[in-house]
Write a protein of this length. Structure first.
Length: 433
Protein backbone atom coordinates (compact mmCIF):
# COMPACT_ATOMS: atom_id res chain seq x y z
CA UNK A 1 0.00 0.00 0.00
CA UNK A 2 2.87 2.34 0.72
CA UNK A 3 4.19 1.73 -2.76
CA UNK A 4 0.77 2.61 -4.20
CA UNK A 5 0.65 5.85 -2.20
CA UNK A 6 4.18 6.75 -3.33
CA UNK A 7 3.17 6.02 -6.88
CA UNK A 8 0.05 8.19 -6.72
CA UNK A 9 1.87 11.12 -5.08
CA UNK A 10 4.76 11.06 -7.55
CA UNK A 11 2.34 10.84 -10.44
CA UNK A 12 0.39 13.92 -9.34
CA UNK A 13 3.40 16.02 -8.54
CA UNK A 14 5.57 15.31 -11.52
CA UNK A 15 3.65 14.69 -14.70
CA UNK A 16 6.59 15.68 -16.86
CA UNK A 17 8.82 12.70 -15.90
CA UNK A 18 7.71 9.71 -18.06
CA UNK A 19 10.63 7.43 -17.15
CA UNK A 20 9.89 7.58 -13.42
CA UNK A 21 6.20 7.05 -14.17
CA UNK A 22 6.86 3.82 -16.02
CA UNK A 23 9.10 2.46 -13.27
CA UNK A 24 6.55 3.18 -10.54
CA UNK A 25 3.76 1.45 -12.51
CA UNK A 26 5.83 -1.73 -13.02
CA UNK A 27 6.68 -1.88 -9.32
CA UNK A 28 3.04 -1.50 -8.35
CA UNK A 29 2.03 -4.30 -10.78
CA UNK A 30 4.59 -6.68 -9.26
CA UNK A 31 3.49 -5.81 -5.77
CA UNK A 32 -0.18 -6.40 -6.57
CA UNK A 33 0.69 -9.79 -8.05
CA UNK A 34 2.60 -10.89 -4.95
CA UNK A 35 -0.17 -9.59 -2.66
CA UNK A 36 -2.83 -11.62 -4.51
CA UNK A 37 -0.71 -14.79 -4.27
CA UNK A 38 -0.25 -14.26 -0.56
CA UNK A 39 -4.01 -13.77 -0.10
CA UNK A 40 -4.76 -17.04 -1.93
CA UNK A 41 -2.30 -18.96 0.25
CA UNK A 42 -3.80 -17.58 3.46
CA UNK A 43 -7.33 -18.46 2.28
CA UNK A 44 -6.25 -22.03 1.51
CA UNK A 45 -4.67 -22.40 4.97
CA UNK A 46 -7.87 -21.19 6.63
CA UNK A 47 -9.97 -23.71 4.64
CA UNK A 48 -7.69 -26.59 5.64
CA UNK A 49 -7.91 -25.60 9.32
CA UNK A 50 -11.71 -25.45 9.17
CA UNK A 51 -11.91 -28.86 7.48
CA UNK A 52 -9.64 -30.56 10.05
CA UNK A 53 -11.59 -29.04 12.96
CA UNK A 54 -14.91 -30.27 11.52
CA UNK A 55 -13.50 -33.78 11.04
CA UNK A 56 -12.21 -33.94 14.61
CA UNK A 57 -15.55 -32.75 15.99
CA UNK A 58 -17.36 -35.47 13.99
CA UNK A 59 -15.05 -38.18 15.38
CA UNK A 60 -15.66 -36.97 18.94
CA UNK A 61 -19.42 -37.01 18.40
CA UNK A 62 -19.26 -40.54 17.00
CA UNK A 63 -17.32 -41.81 20.00
CA UNK A 64 -19.74 -40.22 22.46
CA UNK A 65 -22.98 -41.17 20.73
CA UNK A 66 -21.92 -44.49 19.16
CA UNK A 67 -23.56 -43.52 15.85
CA UNK A 68 -22.30 -42.08 12.61
CA UNK A 69 -23.17 -38.36 12.31
CA UNK A 70 -23.53 -36.59 8.98
CA UNK A 71 -20.55 -34.45 7.96
CA UNK A 72 -21.23 -30.69 7.65
CA UNK A 73 -19.51 -30.38 4.28
CA UNK A 74 -20.12 -32.58 1.25
CA UNK A 75 -16.46 -32.36 0.27
CA UNK A 76 -15.28 -33.74 3.62
CA UNK A 77 -14.51 -37.53 3.51
CA UNK A 78 -16.81 -39.82 5.62
CA UNK A 79 -15.03 -41.87 8.29
CA UNK A 80 -16.96 -44.81 9.85
CA UNK A 81 -16.14 -46.06 13.35
CA UNK A 82 -14.63 -49.55 13.64
CA UNK A 83 -17.03 -52.37 14.52
CA UNK A 84 -15.64 -55.82 15.38
CA UNK A 85 -16.65 -58.87 13.37
CA UNK A 86 -18.29 -60.53 16.39
CA UNK A 87 -20.44 -57.46 17.02
CA UNK A 88 -21.47 -57.29 13.36
CA UNK A 89 -22.48 -60.97 13.42
CA UNK A 90 -24.50 -60.52 16.62
CA UNK A 91 -26.28 -57.51 15.14
CA UNK A 92 -27.21 -59.51 12.05
CA UNK A 93 -28.57 -62.45 14.12
CA UNK A 94 -31.97 -61.34 15.32
CA UNK A 95 -35.24 -62.95 16.18
CA UNK A 96 -36.99 -63.90 12.98
CA UNK A 97 -40.57 -64.94 12.36
CA UNK A 98 -40.29 -65.99 8.73
CA UNK A 99 -42.81 -68.82 9.04
CA UNK A 100 -45.20 -69.99 6.35
CA UNK A 101 -48.27 -71.78 7.65
CA UNK A 102 -50.51 -73.56 5.18
CA UNK A 103 -53.97 -74.56 6.34
CA UNK A 104 -54.95 -75.46 9.88
CA UNK A 105 -52.23 -76.86 12.11
CA UNK A 106 -52.81 -77.28 15.81
CA UNK A 107 -51.31 -79.80 18.22
CA UNK A 108 -53.22 -80.54 21.39
CA UNK A 109 -51.17 -80.48 24.60
CA UNK A 110 -51.45 -84.06 25.79
CA UNK A 111 -49.06 -86.53 27.30
CA UNK A 112 -47.09 -88.68 24.81
CA UNK A 113 -48.12 -92.26 24.26
CA UNK A 114 -47.01 -94.51 27.09
CA UNK A 115 -44.89 -97.62 26.92
CA UNK A 116 -47.87 -99.98 27.05
CA UNK A 117 -49.41 -98.43 23.94
CA UNK A 118 -46.13 -98.68 22.06
CA UNK A 119 -45.63 -102.30 23.12
CA UNK A 120 -49.09 -103.25 21.85
CA UNK A 121 -48.22 -102.07 18.32
CA UNK A 122 -47.11 -104.91 16.05
CA UNK A 123 -44.31 -103.75 13.76
CA UNK A 124 -43.08 -105.44 10.63
CA UNK A 125 -40.51 -104.55 8.05
CA UNK A 126 -42.04 -102.25 5.39
CA UNK A 127 -42.44 -103.45 1.83
CA UNK A 128 -42.81 -100.35 -0.35
CA UNK A 129 -42.51 -96.57 -0.64
CA UNK A 130 -45.98 -95.06 -0.19
CA UNK A 131 -45.19 -91.29 -0.19
CA UNK A 132 -42.43 -88.97 -1.39
CA UNK A 133 -41.90 -85.34 -0.34
CA UNK A 134 -39.48 -83.25 -2.39
CA UNK A 135 -39.75 -79.59 -1.36
CA UNK A 136 -36.22 -79.41 0.10
CA UNK A 137 -33.56 -78.49 -2.44
CA UNK A 138 -30.57 -79.72 -0.40
CA UNK A 139 -29.67 -82.63 1.85
CA UNK A 140 -32.13 -83.43 4.64
CA UNK A 141 -30.21 -84.01 7.87
CA UNK A 142 -32.89 -85.51 10.11
CA UNK A 143 -36.54 -86.53 10.32
CA UNK A 144 -38.61 -86.80 13.54
CA UNK A 145 -42.19 -87.89 14.20
CA UNK A 146 -44.33 -85.85 16.57
CA UNK A 147 -44.68 -87.70 19.92
CA UNK A 148 -48.35 -86.68 20.35
CA UNK A 149 -49.82 -86.25 16.88
CA UNK A 150 -48.39 -89.20 15.00
CA UNK A 151 -49.25 -87.87 11.54
CA UNK A 152 -46.88 -84.88 11.81
CA UNK A 153 -43.32 -85.31 10.58
CA UNK A 154 -40.46 -82.86 11.10
CA UNK A 155 -37.56 -82.45 8.64
CA UNK A 156 -34.46 -80.22 8.84
CA UNK A 157 -32.35 -79.49 5.79
CA UNK A 158 -29.10 -77.93 4.64
CA UNK A 159 -31.15 -75.35 2.71
CA UNK A 160 -31.81 -73.59 6.05
CA UNK A 161 -35.48 -74.56 6.35
CA UNK A 162 -37.51 -76.74 8.70
CA UNK A 163 -40.70 -78.27 7.34
CA UNK A 164 -43.61 -80.07 8.96
CA UNK A 165 -45.52 -82.67 6.95
CA UNK A 166 -48.97 -84.10 7.61
CA UNK A 167 -48.94 -87.77 6.55
CA UNK A 168 -50.93 -89.06 4.75
CA UNK A 169 -53.43 -86.19 4.41
CA UNK A 170 -51.21 -83.68 2.58
CA UNK A 171 -48.49 -84.14 -0.02
CA UNK A 172 -47.12 -80.65 0.67
CA UNK A 173 -45.61 -79.29 3.85
CA UNK A 174 -48.13 -77.67 6.20
CA UNK A 175 -45.47 -75.51 7.90
CA UNK A 176 -42.19 -74.03 6.63
CA UNK A 177 -39.82 -72.34 9.09
CA UNK A 178 -37.12 -70.11 7.60
CA UNK A 179 -35.75 -68.55 10.78
CA UNK A 180 -32.19 -69.82 10.37
CA UNK A 181 -29.82 -67.92 8.10
CA UNK A 182 -27.70 -70.99 7.32
CA UNK A 183 -28.03 -74.77 7.26
CA UNK A 184 -30.07 -76.48 9.99
CA UNK A 185 -28.05 -79.37 11.39
CA UNK A 186 -30.25 -80.66 14.22
CA UNK A 187 -33.93 -80.42 15.14
CA UNK A 188 -36.26 -82.09 17.62
CA UNK A 189 -39.79 -81.93 18.98
CA UNK A 190 -40.55 -80.87 22.52
CA UNK A 191 -42.03 -83.44 24.89
CA UNK A 192 -45.58 -82.16 24.36
CA UNK A 193 -45.07 -81.92 20.59
CA UNK A 194 -46.08 -78.24 20.41
CA UNK A 195 -42.64 -76.65 19.91
CA UNK A 196 -39.71 -77.32 17.59
CA UNK A 197 -36.16 -77.05 18.86
CA UNK A 198 -33.58 -76.39 16.12
CA UNK A 199 -29.90 -75.49 15.76
CA UNK A 200 -27.63 -74.89 12.83
CA UNK A 201 -24.59 -73.30 11.24
CA UNK A 202 -25.70 -69.75 12.07
CA UNK A 203 -24.61 -70.50 15.68
CA UNK A 204 -28.11 -70.14 17.09
CA UNK A 205 -30.66 -72.33 18.84
CA UNK A 206 -34.27 -71.42 18.14
CA UNK A 207 -37.56 -72.62 19.61
CA UNK A 208 -40.69 -72.22 17.48
CA UNK A 209 -44.27 -72.69 18.65
CA UNK A 210 -46.17 -74.29 15.76
CA UNK A 211 -49.62 -73.50 17.22
CA UNK A 212 -48.85 -69.78 17.47
CA UNK A 213 -46.71 -69.81 14.35
CA UNK A 214 -43.89 -67.73 15.82
CA UNK A 215 -40.44 -68.00 17.34
CA UNK A 216 -40.50 -67.97 21.14
CA UNK A 217 -36.80 -68.18 22.07
CA UNK A 218 -33.44 -67.36 20.50
CA UNK A 219 -30.15 -68.54 22.04
CA UNK A 220 -26.80 -67.44 20.61
CA UNK A 221 -23.68 -69.63 20.69
CA UNK A 222 -20.02 -69.35 19.74
CA UNK A 223 -19.98 -72.60 17.75
CA UNK A 224 -21.94 -74.39 15.05
CA UNK A 225 -24.78 -76.40 16.59
CA UNK A 226 -24.54 -80.04 15.45
CA UNK A 227 -26.57 -81.98 18.06
CA UNK A 228 -29.64 -81.35 20.25
CA UNK A 229 -31.54 -83.56 22.68
CA UNK A 230 -34.54 -82.77 24.87
CA UNK A 231 -34.60 -84.13 28.42
CA UNK A 232 -37.01 -87.09 28.53
CA UNK A 233 -38.77 -85.98 31.75
CA UNK A 234 -38.27 -82.21 32.16
CA UNK A 235 -39.75 -80.25 29.25
CA UNK A 236 -37.80 -77.09 30.19
CA UNK A 237 -34.32 -78.63 29.82
CA UNK A 238 -32.30 -79.72 26.81
CA UNK A 239 -28.65 -80.24 25.90
CA UNK A 240 -26.75 -78.96 22.89
CA UNK A 241 -23.42 -79.80 21.30
CA UNK A 242 -21.38 -78.08 18.65
CA UNK A 243 -18.42 -78.09 16.34
CA UNK A 244 -15.92 -77.09 19.04
CA UNK A 245 -16.88 -79.88 21.44
CA UNK A 246 -18.76 -77.82 24.05
CA UNK A 247 -21.83 -79.45 25.66
CA UNK A 248 -24.30 -77.17 27.45
CA UNK A 249 -27.54 -77.77 29.31
CA UNK A 250 -30.11 -74.99 28.74
CA UNK A 251 -33.17 -73.90 30.70
CA UNK A 252 -35.94 -72.57 28.45
CA UNK A 253 -37.51 -70.53 31.27
CA UNK A 254 -34.43 -68.37 31.84
CA UNK A 255 -32.91 -68.62 28.36
CA UNK A 256 -29.48 -69.43 29.83
CA UNK A 257 -27.33 -72.53 30.14
CA UNK A 258 -27.24 -74.01 33.63
CA UNK A 259 -24.55 -76.66 33.19
CA UNK A 260 -21.42 -77.02 31.12
CA UNK A 261 -20.00 -80.49 30.50
CA UNK A 262 -16.26 -80.14 30.13
CA UNK A 263 -14.02 -82.59 28.33
CA UNK A 264 -11.47 -82.87 25.53
CA UNK A 265 -14.09 -83.39 22.85
CA UNK A 266 -14.34 -83.03 19.11
CA UNK A 267 -17.43 -82.19 17.11
CA UNK A 268 -20.57 -83.62 18.71
CA UNK A 269 -22.49 -86.08 16.57
CA UNK A 270 -25.42 -87.22 18.72
CA UNK A 271 -26.85 -87.59 22.24
CA UNK A 272 -28.94 -90.32 23.88
CA UNK A 273 -30.63 -90.08 27.31
CA UNK A 274 -31.46 -93.00 29.53
CA UNK A 275 -35.18 -93.36 30.17
CA UNK A 276 -34.94 -91.90 33.70
CA UNK A 277 -32.93 -88.89 32.49
CA UNK A 278 -30.16 -89.28 35.08
CA UNK A 279 -27.43 -90.13 32.54
CA UNK A 280 -26.78 -89.54 28.88
CA UNK A 281 -24.31 -90.64 26.23
CA UNK A 282 -22.49 -88.50 23.70
CA UNK A 283 -20.80 -89.37 20.41
CA UNK A 284 -17.95 -87.28 18.99
CA UNK A 285 -15.57 -87.51 16.05
CA UNK A 286 -12.43 -87.51 18.23
CA UNK A 287 -9.82 -90.08 17.21
CA UNK A 288 -6.48 -90.56 18.97
CA UNK A 289 -3.89 -92.84 17.48
CA UNK A 290 -5.41 -96.30 17.10
CA UNK A 291 -8.31 -95.89 19.54
CA UNK A 292 -11.23 -93.59 20.19
CA UNK A 293 -11.25 -93.31 23.97
CA UNK A 294 -13.64 -90.35 23.76
CA UNK A 295 -15.79 -91.42 20.82
CA UNK A 296 -18.61 -92.46 23.18
CA UNK A 297 -18.82 -90.93 26.66
CA UNK A 298 -21.21 -91.50 29.55
CA UNK A 299 -22.17 -88.39 31.56
CA UNK A 300 -23.96 -87.72 34.83
CA UNK A 301 -26.66 -85.22 33.92
CA UNK A 302 -26.80 -83.32 37.23
CA UNK A 303 -23.12 -83.09 38.18
CA UNK A 304 -21.62 -83.01 34.67
CA UNK A 305 -19.04 -85.64 35.57
CA UNK A 306 -17.74 -88.16 33.03
CA UNK A 307 -18.82 -91.60 34.17
CA UNK A 308 -16.84 -93.53 31.57
CA UNK A 309 -14.64 -92.80 28.56
CA UNK A 310 -13.70 -96.42 27.88
CA UNK A 311 -16.95 -97.54 26.29
CA UNK A 312 -15.89 -97.89 22.66
CA UNK A 313 -12.22 -98.63 22.03
CA UNK A 314 -12.12 -99.35 18.31
CA UNK A 315 -10.60 -96.92 15.82
CA UNK A 316 -13.95 -95.70 14.43
CA UNK A 317 -16.15 -92.77 15.30
CA UNK A 318 -19.89 -93.06 15.86
CA UNK A 319 -22.56 -90.97 14.16
CA UNK A 320 -25.80 -91.95 15.93
CA UNK A 321 -26.88 -93.28 19.34
CA UNK A 322 -30.21 -94.93 20.21
CA UNK A 323 -31.41 -96.43 23.51
CA UNK A 324 -33.65 -99.51 23.40
CA UNK A 325 -37.22 -98.69 24.51
CA UNK A 326 -37.36 -101.53 27.06
CA UNK A 327 -34.11 -103.42 27.50
CA UNK A 328 -30.93 -102.12 29.12
CA UNK A 329 -29.00 -101.70 25.88
CA UNK A 330 -28.16 -98.99 23.39
CA UNK A 331 -26.67 -99.06 19.90
CA UNK A 332 -24.08 -96.86 18.22
CA UNK A 333 -23.76 -96.36 14.46
CA UNK A 334 -20.06 -96.91 13.73
CA UNK A 335 -18.04 -95.75 10.74
CA UNK A 336 -16.78 -99.33 10.61
CA UNK A 337 -20.00 -100.15 8.65
CA UNK A 338 -21.84 -101.77 11.55
CA UNK A 339 -23.91 -100.93 14.64
CA UNK A 340 -22.33 -101.85 17.96
CA UNK A 341 -24.39 -102.92 21.01
CA UNK A 342 -23.63 -101.71 24.54
CA UNK A 343 -25.14 -102.11 27.98
CA UNK A 344 -26.72 -99.09 29.68
CA UNK A 345 -25.58 -100.41 33.06
CA UNK A 346 -22.13 -99.60 34.34
CA UNK A 347 -19.47 -100.21 33.14
CA UNK A 348 -21.35 -100.03 29.78
CA UNK A 349 -19.78 -103.12 28.27
CA UNK A 350 -19.62 -103.74 24.54
CA UNK A 351 -21.40 -106.86 23.31
CA UNK A 352 -18.60 -108.57 21.40
CA UNK A 353 -20.76 -111.49 20.36
CA UNK A 354 -23.31 -109.56 18.31
CA UNK A 355 -23.41 -106.59 15.94
CA UNK A 356 -25.61 -105.35 13.09
CA UNK A 357 -23.62 -105.27 9.87
CA UNK A 358 -24.38 -105.35 6.16
CA UNK A 359 -25.06 -101.67 5.47
CA UNK A 360 -22.44 -98.97 4.76
CA UNK A 361 -21.65 -95.71 6.50
CA UNK A 362 -18.60 -94.43 4.55
CA UNK A 363 -18.02 -91.35 6.74
CA UNK A 364 -21.61 -90.12 6.31
CA UNK A 365 -23.75 -89.24 9.30
CA UNK A 366 -26.13 -92.19 8.96
CA UNK A 367 -28.99 -92.51 11.45
CA UNK A 368 -30.64 -95.56 12.99
CA UNK A 369 -33.70 -96.31 15.10
CA UNK A 370 -35.64 -98.93 17.06
CA UNK A 371 -39.20 -99.97 16.38
CA UNK A 372 -41.66 -98.97 19.16
CA UNK A 373 -41.77 -102.55 20.43
CA UNK A 374 -37.98 -102.91 20.20
CA UNK A 375 -38.03 -105.95 17.91
CA UNK A 376 -36.60 -104.31 14.77
CA UNK A 377 -33.53 -102.16 14.21
CA UNK A 378 -33.55 -99.98 11.07
CA UNK A 379 -30.80 -97.90 9.51
CA UNK A 380 -29.93 -95.92 6.44
CA UNK A 381 -26.90 -96.58 4.28
CA UNK A 382 -24.45 -94.67 2.13
CA UNK A 383 -25.37 -96.87 -0.85
CA UNK A 384 -28.95 -95.51 -0.77
CA UNK A 385 -30.58 -98.64 0.62
CA UNK A 386 -32.75 -99.00 3.70
CA UNK A 387 -31.89 -101.95 5.97
CA UNK A 388 -33.77 -103.75 8.72
CA UNK A 389 -32.32 -106.13 11.33
CA UNK A 390 -33.81 -108.44 13.91
CA UNK A 391 -32.92 -107.13 17.35
CA UNK A 392 -32.46 -110.58 18.89
CA UNK A 393 -30.64 -112.44 16.13
CA UNK A 394 -28.97 -109.39 14.43
CA UNK A 395 -29.83 -110.92 11.02
CA UNK A 396 -30.95 -108.79 8.07
CA UNK A 397 -34.69 -109.16 7.65
CA UNK A 398 -35.11 -106.85 4.67
CA UNK A 399 -33.63 -104.24 2.35
CA UNK A 400 -35.32 -101.58 0.19
CA UNK A 401 -33.61 -99.60 -2.58
CA UNK A 402 -34.92 -96.19 -1.58
CA UNK A 403 -32.39 -93.70 -2.98
CA UNK A 404 -29.63 -93.39 -5.54
CA UNK A 405 -27.69 -91.31 -3.00
CA UNK A 406 -26.97 -91.90 0.71
CA UNK A 407 -29.99 -92.54 2.93
CA UNK A 408 -29.15 -90.20 5.81
CA UNK A 409 -31.72 -90.72 8.56
CA UNK A 410 -34.62 -93.01 9.52
CA UNK A 411 -37.42 -92.73 12.09
CA UNK A 412 -40.07 -95.23 13.21
CA UNK A 413 -43.54 -93.80 13.78
CA UNK A 414 -44.47 -94.21 17.50
CA UNK A 415 -48.14 -95.03 16.82
CA UNK A 416 -48.67 -95.98 13.17
CA UNK A 417 -47.73 -99.61 12.70
CA UNK A 418 -44.77 -100.38 10.39
CA UNK A 419 -44.50 -96.77 9.18
CA UNK A 420 -40.97 -95.40 8.75
CA UNK A 421 -39.76 -92.00 7.53
CA UNK A 422 -36.46 -91.75 5.64
CA UNK A 423 -34.51 -88.85 4.15
CA UNK A 424 -31.77 -88.71 1.55
CA UNK A 425 -28.80 -86.71 0.39
CA UNK A 426 -30.82 -85.42 -2.59
CA UNK A 427 -33.35 -83.61 -0.38
CA UNK A 428 -36.19 -86.13 -0.77
CA UNK A 429 -38.22 -87.62 2.07
CA UNK A 430 -39.84 -91.03 1.61
CA UNK A 431 -42.38 -92.79 3.78
CA UNK A 432 -42.05 -96.58 3.85
CA UNK A 433 -44.85 -98.87 4.91
Amino acid sequence: MQALQAYSSSDSEDNDAPCHHVENRSQARDFNKKQSQLTNVMAADIAVENRSSNLSNCRIDNRNSGSCATMPSSSTPFVRPYVSKRKRCNENIQSNNNIEKRGKLKVSVNQPCNANDEASITNRFPTKVCATYSEHNKCVNCVKWNPNQSSLLLSASMDGTIRVWDYPQCMQSVLCIKNHFQAVRAASWSIDGVSILSGGYDKTIRITDINQGKETLLLRNDQFITALQVHPLDRNLFISGGSQGAINCWDIRSGKFIQNYKGALGQLQDFAFLRNGSEFFSATDTVRRNSTDRAVLAWDFKTGAILSNQIYQEAFTCTCLKVHPYESTFIAQSNGNYMAIFSTNRPYKLNKMKRYEGHKVSAHRIGCDFSPDGSIVVTGSSDGNFYGYSFKSSNIIGKIEAYTCPCVDVAFNPKLSSTIATCGWDGNIKILR
